[in-house]
Ligand binder design. Structure first.
Ligand code: NAD
Length: 513
């Protein structure tokens, strides 16, 4: 990794140390046991991080709740200015942070840079939004009365994030939460702790330069038990959790048990429908990038290709041929297309999925397998695989977080394909490849895709910041990022003002004294 400038990147981000523990420069208290972060790229130990104890957590919450008192009364556009400065810092740190993301998580350096770019984009979006946190005004039924609604800051927002977007997901939440006047406590994935500390160091610089309390941004480190401190805590009115559906069900129930709010961004099982009117060249690029990008570890990764029988062989041959061109290896080396999986547990799940699809009657079209030898010492590099399968197979119904693509055939009209695409428990991203207006409109209509994201002639991945991001059903129903996703980070208040000398009651109720 040294040839790719990792050591310099760690130094620049302030995360080059043998053991990272309580730091005075940023609001982070950690005196617990240590977790080690190994790179899936080369298997090397990047660093160890101390975890947050229950006592540390109390200190964090004290700092966060105290900071909320000052932050919530700061005018929203002034908070926007802080987020603007944060975006500037991210531009400055883009290269080292992109490298750290690539090295600690394993995605390609280009995708690591892309993740930091998403952080910059959400900051830009949030800066403008800080002057537009508007409610509605409505007409009162009573004479001489005025009614309107306003949005107020909510409090401490708890963020739980997954390993696969180790920095961007945090910023989608924080950039909006901060302009909304909230303060944030972040429990990052225990698989990517250094990314979280690097981000915390960057925002701590901004807060210090503006003489703002450190508690506006806090991190806690450790596994699910540290996350539970937050999901059980009534001082955290909103928990935004990104990760598996299994985790989401537990978090949702815990938070609901204390009547808190949760914003859930969970697993996907995303399909591209390929109709007889599809542009095959575009289909192949969209499908292959969607299936093998980030080694199939995107929540929006393409897992199913639903292809019409009339073009099935043509699409199959083109996709299989494209897989033959893929170069698998160190993701920091820009000649490679596919990097490693996050760890050897993920490799075991990938192997199991390939065995299961065969056991259920599927046919392997592109062999998988774990790579060994020079450059593959971490044991995390696998070959992207393709299998012919049926939508009803239990493995196809399941999200395997690895580069395994299932080809499914349909023979009727587009409605049959839509039904197959909808017939899974998850509802995150979906796409159709077609030049036929009727098919495209049917797919986007109320009788069409049941997913939070539905695309025409692009793949399943690649959401932009301006739209709301999230999915239905077992994906959790939450929306983050653009559009009006900010509203979940605020509390809504309806106000009625009487500017007369009478006190008429609503609904014409008479109450004379
Ligand atoms: P995971 O569910 O194993 O862990 C996610 C986070 O939840 C981690 O920080 C973990 O420590 C924490 N956690 C787990 N159990 C918890 C509990 N009971 N209480 C509190 N916190 C708990 O997921 P992962 O393997 O890191 O990520 C992969 C999954 O995330 C995939 O299913 C993927 O689709 C999903 N994902 C979804 C989105 C989206 O926006 N919909 C984005 C990225 C990832």
């Amino acid at each position: 990794a040294s040839q790719f400038g990792i050591t310099e990147a760690l130094e620049k981000l302030g995360v080059k140390a043998t053991n990272l523990g309580t730091s005075t420069g940023s609001n982070w208290f950690a005196n617990g046991t240590t977790i080690s972060s190994y790179s899936p790229v080369d298997g090397a130990l990047i660093g160890t991080v101390q975890t947050t104890t229950a006592a540390d957590y109390e200190k964090v919450m004290e700092a966060a709740t105290a900071a909320f008192k000052t932050f919530k009364v700061m005018p929203a556009p002034k908070r926007g200015e802080i987020v603007r400065q944060f975006g500037e810092k991210l531009r400055y740190y883009k290269e080292p942070l992109g490298k750290l993301v690539s090295y600690e998580m394993g995605k390609s350096y280009q995708e690591g840079l892309g993740e930091v770019q998403e952080m910059i984009d959400i900051c830009d979006f949030a800066v403008g939004l800080s002057r537009q946190l508007h409610g509605l005004t409505m007409h009162s039924e009573r004479f001489g009365h005025r009614m309107y609604e306003q949005y107020h800051p909510l409090g401490v927002v708890g963020i739980i994030s997954a390993f696969n977007f180790p920095v961007a997901v945090w910023s989608w939440n924080t950039a909006l939460a901060w302009i909304c006047g909230d303060v944030c406590v972040w429990k990052a994935s225990e698989k990517t702790p250094l990314c979280s500390i690097a981000c915390q160091n960057i925002i701590a610089e901004v807060l210090k330069e503006n003489n703002l309390p450190e508690g506006i941004s806090c991190i806690i480190n450790g596994d699910y038990k540290v996350g539970e401190l937050m999901t059980q805590d009534p001082r955290v009115p909103l928990v935004s959790a990104t990760g598996s559906t299994r985790m989401g069900k537990i978090v949702a129930q815990t938070v609901a048990g204390r009547l808190g709010k949760s914003l859930l961004e969970l697993g996907g099982n995303n399909a591209i429908i390929v109709t007889p009117d599809a542009d095959i060249k575009m289909t192949v690029i969209g499908a292959v990038f969607g299936a093998v990008g980030t080694a199939g570890q995107r929540c929006t990764s393409t897992r199913r290709l639903i292809i019409h029988e009339s073009i099935y062989d043509k699409v199959k041959d083109a996709v299989v041929a494209a897989y033959g061109q893929l170069r698998i290896g160190n993701p920091l080396d820009q000649n490679n297309h596919v990097g490693p999986l996050i760890d050897t547990d993920a490799v075991a799940l990938y192997n199991k999925a390939l065995q299961q699809v065969v056991a259920e009657g599927g046919t392997i079209l592109v062999e998988g397998g774990v790579l060994t030898g020079a450059g593959y010492e971490s044991g995390c590099y696998v070959k992207p695989a393709i299998a012919e399968a049926k939508n009803s197979f239990s493995i196809v119904q399941h999200e395997t977080f690895a580069p395994v693509l299932y080809l499914l055939k349909y023979s009727g009209d587009v409605h049959e394909a839509i039904e197959m695409q909808n017939n899974v428990a998850q509802g995150l991203s979906s796409a159709i490849m077609t030049n036929n207006l009727r098919e495209a409109e049917a797919f986007l209509s109320h009788a069409g895709s049941d997913c939070g994201i539905a695309n025409v002639n692009i793949g399943t991945s690649g959401a932009e910041i301006g739209g709301a991001f999230g999915g239905e059903k077992e994906t959790g129903g939450g929306r983050e990022s653009g559009s009006d996703a900010w509203k979940v980070y605020m509390r809504r208040q309806t106000n009625t003002i009487n500017y007369t000398t009478d006190l008429p009651l609503a609904q014409g109720i008479k109450f004379d004294l």
